[in-house]
Design a protein around this ligand. Structure first.
Ligand code: SF4
Length: 505
């Protein structure tokens, strides 16, 4: 238990005009106020909003127009947000709400303490959560698209509304990755490129669909946690594995029902009788000769060009990848299955007297295995992760000695969340966080015209650790005071996220 004062003893933060407000420009009209929540420094007339629509002039006062978002812990009852009826019991139990960074305001020009530094209690331990909206120039979205179809060459430029907004990166197992946004597109190109990139990033982060064009590749519609749409066709299945893996998984189930099976795949096409799986089952060679480059027995690279046909290749007729048959080995009547890695394409053949495969009705046991390939494919989705660099100036809103925050995070004394969602913090230097946007509340992301992305971020730690790292302890507010102020919006906790106020040790 912390030896520090009870949170209820914490005084409300003293107003510190030198810290929170800059002197207005001399030539600014008297009915305007200057917002300094980002470098744009909008001068806002009464009743109007600034350029980002997030801050406004309300009766001569600068206001963050959306209320800060509080998240309700599952299974707790909240008292009404009415100071008149407040009984002050919020801190006598484990904190029933978490103050998120969504709509919390910023620390710009960064030496200002974070807009909310909140004391609460969890399992009897005094905790502090430092809450802000970070302004991120150094940030991007990593998008995983579950598909076998060819989306475009690696390193190809990805465009949105004609502007370069990212590029194609590697293919992982059954998925194509894109990198969208990033500082070079936000600030390194034309003004329009930066603006379009920023709009795209904000939409993607807020769970909206975006249209993308890949140079030399496909047209896509991508939305977090939704099936990707490739060239107008909604993707259904994520492949069960590469061609070689598919052979390995289903070899025993084909054994005794087919003389040969070819699993067509843009990366590794598998041939059952040559593959080690077929060898272990003592299958006889079929005499098939495949196009492409043989890697190892029963595993072929580059049997066709990449495309949106069978197994992510450009082929429509699977027989086009068969170069021929060895007449000394192949025989009339030999039964051949050709199938794709998702089971979406499958054809059964029987060799005629001239050793030419002729289509034939698929036997029931073979159809069962083809259906099982489909059954083993997971639903194809687009997954969107936000990747942002928080190791810079926003740390000054947490502590006067920012390196201590970095160390505290690396030492697992401080938990980092974004809109309540647990963030993965990359090893190495800085505070580079990565978070699944679907674990954050919709509308978490905003933008400013510099251009940059605005995203919520919260640092939660024990109060005594916050004191040790030189935190702005004089700015700590009691959770009950934040609650009693009534200027918030309460949403339900996202059930999959761990509760961030659990003590870290
Ligand atoms: S664009 Fe920047 S300065 Fe203008 S209102 Fe928004 S946060 Fe304030």
């Amino acid at each position: 238990m912390s030896a520090s004062p009870e949170p209820s003893d914490v005084a409300a933060p003293a107003a510190d005009a030198a810290v929170v407000k800059a002197r207005a420009p001399e030539n600014m009209a008297s009915n305007k106020i200057q917002c300094d929540a980002c470098p744009v420094l909008c001068q806002i007339s009464e009743g109007r909003l600034g350029a980002c629509d997030r801050w406004g002039n309300v009766e001569g006062q600068l206001r963050r127009m959306d209320p800060v978002v509080l998240m309700q812990r599952p299974g707790v009852e909240l008292v009404p947000a009415d100071p008149a009826t407040w009984e002050g019991g919020l801190l006598h139990q484990d904190a029933p709400v978490f103050v998120s960074g969504v709509a919390s305001g910023t620390t710009y020009p960064d030496y200002k303490p974070a807009p909310f530094i909140v004391a609460s209690r969890a399992q009897g331990v005094d905790m502090v959560t430092v809450v802000t909206e970070g302004i991120f120039s150094y940030c991007s979205f990593k998008v995983k698209i579950d598909t076998d179809r060819y989306l475009g060459p690696e390193q190809a430029t990805v465009r949105h509304q004609g502007e370069a907004v990212g590029h194609v990166t590697t293919i992982e197992y059954g998925s194509q990755f894109l990198s969208l946004g990033g500082v070079h597109h936000l600030t390194g190109g034309s003004k329009r490129e930066g603006r379009i990139t920023c709009e795209l990033m904000e939409r993607l982060g807020n769970h909206h669909a975006v249209d993308l064009d890949i140079e030399g590749g496909a047209k896509l519609t991508v939305q977090a946690s939704r099936p990707p749409i490739v060239n107008g066709v909604e993707e259904q299945r994520m492949r069960v594995g590469c061609g070689s893996a598919t052979i390995g998984i289903f070899a025993k189930q084909w054994f005794g029902h087919a003389d040969e099976v070819v699993v067509v795949d843009d990366h590794i096409t598998g041939v059952l009788t040559e593959h080690q799986a077929g060898k272990c089952l003592d299958m006889k060679p079929s005499g098939i000769r495949l196009r492409g480059r043989k890697s190892t027995p029963g595993r072929y690279f580059q049997v066709a060009n990449p495309g949106t046909g069978w197994g992510g290749t450009d082929i429509v007729d699977p027989l086009s990848i068969i170069e021929g048959w060895d007449p000394k080995v192949a025989r009339p009547g030999l039964q051949l299955l050709m199938v794709s890695t998702t089971g979406e394409h499958a054809q059964w053949y029987v060799l005629d007297d001239a050793l030419v495969p002729q289509p034939a009705p698929m036997p029931a046991p073979i159809q069962t295995v083809v259906d099982r390939i489909g059954e083993n494919c997971e639903p194809a989705l687009a997954t969107v992760l936000f990747l942002g660099g928080a190791g810079g100036s926003l740390r000054a809103g947490v502590t006067e000695n920012p390196i201590l925050l970095t160390r505290s995070i690396k030492d697992l004394l401080t938990r980092v969340t974004c809109g309540g969602a647990q963030a993965y913090v990359w090893p190495g230097g800085g505070i580079t966080v990565m978070v699944d946007v679907t674990r954050m509340p919709p509308g978490s992301f905003g933008s400013v015209p510099t251009p940059a992305i605005v995203a919520p971020i919260e640092f939660t730690m024990r109060r005594d650790d916050y004191e040790r790292l030189g935190g702005h302890v004089d700015r700590i507010r009691r959770l009950e005071d934040v609650w009693a102020a009534g200027e918030h919006r309460v949403i339900d906790w996202q059930g999959d996220n761990p509760w961030p106020l659990e003590p870290l040790r």
